[in-house]
Structures are given as structure tokens and as C-alpha cells.
Design a protein around this ligand. Structure first.
Ligand code: FEO
Length: 172
């Protein structure tokens, strides 16, 4: 059985994962309209993954005797200066998510809720992967700079990068 404090904290994480899905969906749509079809494919998939992160949490709350709540979401930004700026925002957002997951883990330890603590280890590993992937993409974009042909190949290759960069066990 979840304590009210942990249930509330998990539901706040449900909100953050749902917002992540919305943000990446908005980014995907922007990329598609701008003609970056590979970037769009990557972000549409990333948005779907965040929805799965949200669902996994919501179902865990219900399984543990709580109520996983479906929150209202803020409208995400619809415009981005460019692909590099967009991926900087992805990295910043993933760092924020990692910080919140770490806070959740800390609450579990303080409350001696080892079941939820164990459940959250999946998210801890996932955040390491997601931050590393966002940094890798940003490094590639910095290398490409203003080179248009480099950008063409980047857009072609990134379409399959989300799945390929993750170890088989991490794929969803
Ligand atoms: Fe589910 Fe990328 O945070």
C-alpha cells in the first residue's frame, strides 16, 4: 500500500512524463513542418516512449492501492529556433526529469518504501540512457554546425537512432 505522500509524488511524476510526451509531440510536429522528417520520426517515437513511462507509473500507483490520476497539461511551445536549439531543450528537459526521479527515490528511502524504490530503478537507468542520447545528438549537431549536407545526413540517420542507441533490454 502506498503512503499518501508517495502516491502524491508518483502522480506528480505521471504529470511530468505526460508533459514530456506533449513537449516531444509538439517538437515532432514542428520538425515535420520544417522538413526534417528524420528528426520528426525520432521525436514522434520519443513522445510515444514518454507516454509509456507515464502509463507504467499510473498503473503502478493503481496496483499498489492508490489512484493514478490523469492530469491537465500545459500547452507546449510550438516554435523552435532550429534543430540544435530544440535538442538543447530536450537535454535540459531530460536533466529536469532525472532530478525529479532522484527526488522520488530519496522520498522512498526516507519513507522506507522499498517496493517503490525498486520500481523506480527502471526510471533511474532510463534517464541515464536518455540524457546520454540527447548529449550524443547535441555533440553531432555541434560538429555539423552550418554544414547543410551534414544536416541532410544527420536528419537521415536520426530516424533510427532512438531505438539503435539503446541496449536490447532497454528497448520498449
Ligand atoms: Fe520519461 Fe524522458 O523521461
Amino acid at each position: 500500500m502506498l503512503s499518501p505522500k508517495i502516491e502524491k509524488a508518483l502522480n506528480e511524476q505521471v504529470l511530468l512524463e505526460a508533459e514530456s510526451s506533449q513537449i516531444y509531440l509538439a517538437m515532432a510536429s514542428w520538425a515535420e513542418v520544417e522538413g526534417f522528417s528524420g528528426v520528426a520520426a525520432f521525436l514522434f517515437q520519443h513522445s510515444d516512449e514518454e507516454r509509456l513511462h507515464m502509463l507504467k507509473l499510473l498503473k503502478f500507483v493503481n496496483e499498489r492501492g492508490g489512484h493514478g490520476t490523469v492530469p491537465a497539461l500545459k500547452a507546449p511551445s510550438l516554435k523552435y529556433k532550429g534543430v540544435k536549439e530544440l535538442f538543447q531543450q530536450v537535454l535540459d528537459h531530460e536533466i529536469l526529469v532525472s532530478t525529479e526521479i532522484n527526488k522520488l527515490v530519496d522520498i522512498c528511502l526516507k519513507e522506507k518504501d522499498y517496493t517503490t524504490h525498486n520500481f523506480l530503478q527502471w526510471y533511474v537507468s532510463e534517464q541515464i540512457e536518455e540524457e546520454a542520447l540527447a548529449r550524443l545528438i547535441l555533440d553531432k549537431l555541434k560538429m555539423i554546425g552550418a554544414d547543410k549536407s551534414g544536416m541532410y545526413f544527420f536528419d537521415r540517420d536520426i530516424a533510427t537512432m532512438g531505438a539503435a542507441e539503446k541496449a536490447p533490454a532497454e528497448k520498449k
